[in-house]
Design a protein around this ligand. Structure first.
Ligand code: PLP
Length: 239
């Protein structure tokens, strides 16, 4: 099978999973955005996915993202995907990320909001940010603010010019019931939305757990492996 056919089949299968999960949850499939997480995969794969109708593309390392955004633009100047940054952002990378990202999923501290807001403003852009919520019992190095600190961080970011608070993001804990974690995330999301009515995005669910996330209100699922295949182990980034 050509890579193009492979991606087409994988995309159909992921879309079918999303549709089935929406039926099961009595939700409209149009309310769930598919974000293709293309880290470690070449720009050519991104271009194929865009041609197949994918609109949202995610990366988790700044250096790789900078190169891929440029390469995709080179290969398909007419395609204009929404670029999402889903990895942890070091403060010194804020300027770079704010230059190409439309949405940053990993806002986890006020200093980062300030740095991203300054960088977006300097670039004449407005950056959508999601508050990353940690659903682990203990901090695990994958980032995220504790659930009870999420509202305060959203309030802070809402006051930073150059930023638009768009919702929340989380990665399911390595251990325990993902459903319980996603249910907790929804509570946090509703609390934030009470103060910020436009912050409706719930970014949750990956290749292995997108059904559970959709059952608990995810409006965006971040899918890598199920679309593109198993990433080479050496390149598996630390999150
Ligand atoms: C890599 C990554 C994904 C995609 O994970 P898969 O299991 O390959 O679907 C989703 N979210 C984040 C934050 C990631 O880094």
């Amino acid at each position: 099978m050509s890579r193009s056919d492979e991606l087409k089949a994988a995309l159909a299968s992921v879309r079918a999973r999303i549709a089935a999960a929406c039926v099961a949850a009595d939700r409209d499939p149009g309310d769930v955005t598919l974000l293709a997480v293309t880290k470690t995969w070449p720009a050519g794969d991104v271009v194929e996915l865009l041609a197949l109708g994918v609109t949202d593309v995610g990366e988790n390392r700044d250096q790789e993202a900078v190169e891929k955004v440029a390469a995709v633009h080179e290969l398909a100047a007419d395609a204009s995907p929404r670029w999402h940054f889903v990895g942890q952002v070091q403060r010194r990378k804020a300027r770079s990320v704010a230059g190409y990202a439309d949405v940053v999923h990993s806002l986890d501290r006020p200093e980062l909001a300030d740095a991203l807001g300054r960088a977006a403003t300097a670039a004449g852009r407005v950056l959508a940010v999601l508050v990353q919520v940690s659903l682990e019992a203990a901090t695990d190095g994958r980032g995220g603010v504790a659930p009870d600190g999420a509202r305060a961080l959203a309030d802070h970011a809402a006051g930073v010019s150059g930023l638009r608070v768009a919702g929340v993001m989380a990665v399911a804990p390595r251990q325990g019931d993902p459903a319980a974690a996603f249910a907790r995330l929804r509570e946090v999301a509703l609390d934030i939305r009470a103060g910020h009515p436009d912050a409706g995005v719930i970014s949750a669910g990956m290749s292995g757990d997108l059904e559970a996330a959709i059952a608990h209100g995810a409006t965006l699922v971040r899918v890598g492996t199920a679309l593109l295949g198993t990433r080479p182990l050496v390149s598996e980034p630390a999150r």
